[in-house]
Ligand binder design. Structure first.
Ligand SMILES: [Zn+2]
Length: 464
């Protein structure tokens, strides 16, 4: 199996994806050309930006400006929603939380509610995959449960189509007023039966004050909606502490934390949505090897890999898993576990509590818990298959070791990785040394086998 195929075939959960940032390049090109023909944008100016894969920060902003112009009518919102769902399903995302900021556009007769109705219309318009957008009670069906359990790879639901579970988060833009934020929360409550499970706070991190949004977020929490916050995208310790004190169900990014903020985050065990490519492209983190993923991963903090804006940053969930694996030298088995753990942080099926140790009542009849249990079983089966393939590959690699003094396994990219201190753009603290560096310093087979708890069992199997 080709390297990327493996990551695509792995069932995945995506919890931090913005609708407007996930638009296909081909669709952007088509829509931009139409606007160009109408004289509303200068098509040659944006064409080359859309066609690029490695956009600079300036080009990223240019693309967001274009998207903002493009997504102001219902038809376009419906179309891009449909396509985004199809694209995530195509790479075996089995559960997706899609977030979007409900918009108003008086000239097109659009208000926040009609915008969300256009999103829902897009979900219904999906043809390549079966979309489940309904609330918890719909999980009662054993048929639904077994379909979810089989994942996107081989789901059979009577229609012969793959299946994806989609839930929606309504975003509050940091440019909004308290009243506007409250309007979004009330809309979310109104649409709960249509798959809306939570609220997100996002937008330009240097605009807006935390206290402006707090009343709406507190109201949302009181009403049982779960909250995720874009947190620490810029260095702002006061806001970061206030956000953590609010006890959101998850936070996104956490790039510009100081020591005190890390300590608080870890003690509260708030799950972090990690978006590697996004952080690099936006230059929030200067290079992937100093990303705080390593520190959070090594310390066992709850994390989930996400795309943020797969279209704008030319990435995919599969690509993020592949990137993390190669950048930090984490084996497929451990990455598989990471993907599996994401189930613990989904918002569907939850009430007002957020205790990561018992987020999901696994096995609860008639709830999403039963689905998740089935999903875990599905993961486990694949994991076993994966382990055997992994063991075979490691045996082969070991046999290839020469006498040059290298005592590490060739497939461990991190064997070559030495921790280099690099300055962070925003002055964030450096993550702890990657645990895999220890591997490169082992001098015997025994040390290799026992390099970490997570791999010890596998090591035992290997050397039996
Ligand atoms: Zn985001």
């Amino acid at each position: 199996m080709a390297k990327m195929d493996w990551w695509v075939s792995m069932p995945k959960v995506e919890l931090h994806a913005h609708l407007n940032g996930s638009i296909r390049d081909s669709t952007l090109l088509e829509l931009a050309r139409e606007l160009g023909n109408k004289g509303l944008v200068c098509f040659p100016d944006v064409e080359h930006v859309i066609l690029k894969d490695d956009r600079s920060l300036t080009e990223v902003f240019k693309l967001f400006d274009l998207i903002h112009i493009l997504t102001t009518d219902h038809e376009t919102v419906t179309r891009i929603t449909k396509e985004v769902i199809e694209d995530f399903a195509a790479e075996n995302v089995v559960y997706l939380e899609l977030r979007t900021t409900p918009k108003k556009n008086v000239s097109k007769g659009m208000n926040k509610k009609s915008y969300m109705e256009a999103v829902l219309e897009g979900l219904r318009a999906v043809t390549t995959v079966e979309v489940d957008i309904f609330s918890e009670h719909n999980f009662d069906s054993p048929a639904n449960a077994s379909t979810f359990a089989r994942g996107n790879d081989c789901a059979s639901n009577g229609t012969g189509k793959k299946k994806i579970y989609v839930r929606l988060l309504l975003s509050i833009d940091r440019r909004e007023t308290t009243e506007a934020a409250m309007e979004t929360v009330k809309l979310a409550l109104e649409m709960r039966h249509l798959g809306v499970v939570g609220i997100d706070l996002s937008g330009n991190p240097v605009i807006g004050e935390w206290l402006t949004f707090l009343p709406a977020l507190e109201f949302a929490k009181e009403q049982g909606l779960l909250i995720t916050l874009h947190c620490g995208e810029v260095s702002n310790p006061v806001e970061i502490h206030a956000m953590l004190d609010f006890l959101p169900s998850r936070i996104g990014h956490a790039c510009c934390f100081g020591e005190a903020e890390w300590a608080k985050l870890k003690s509260l065990k708030i799950p972090v949505e990690i978006c590697l490519t996004s952080n690099i492209r936006t230059e929030t983190i200067s290079s992937v090897d100093i990303h705080h993923f390593a520190d959070l991963y090594n310390s066992g903090h709850p994390i989930v890999l996400c795309t943020d804006d797969s279209g704008v940053f030319s990435t995919s969930v599969s690509g993020e898993y592949s990137l993390a694996s190669s950048s930090f030298g984490i084996q497929k088995r451990a990455m598989f576990q990471l993907a599996k753990n994401a189930i613990n942080f989904i918002f569907a099926g939850h009430r007002n509590e957020m205790n990561t140790s018992d987020l999901v009542e696994v096995g609860t009849k008639g709830s999403i818990g039963s689905l998740v249990r089935k999903e875990i079983e599905y993961f486990r089966r694949l994991e076993l298959e994966c382990n055997w393939a992994f063991i075979e590959s490691q045996k082969t690699n070991y046999m290839k070791m020469d006498s040059s003094g290298c005592s590490c396994w060739p497939s461990f990219e991190s064997c070559r990785m030495k921790w280099k201190k690099k300055r962070r753009i925003n002055g964030g603290c450096l993550p702890a040394m990657c645990f895999m560096v220890d591997v490169s310093e082992g001098n015997s087979e025994k040390e290799i086998i026992q390099f970490s708890d997570s791999e010890t069992d596998l090591g035992r199997v290997l050397w039996l």
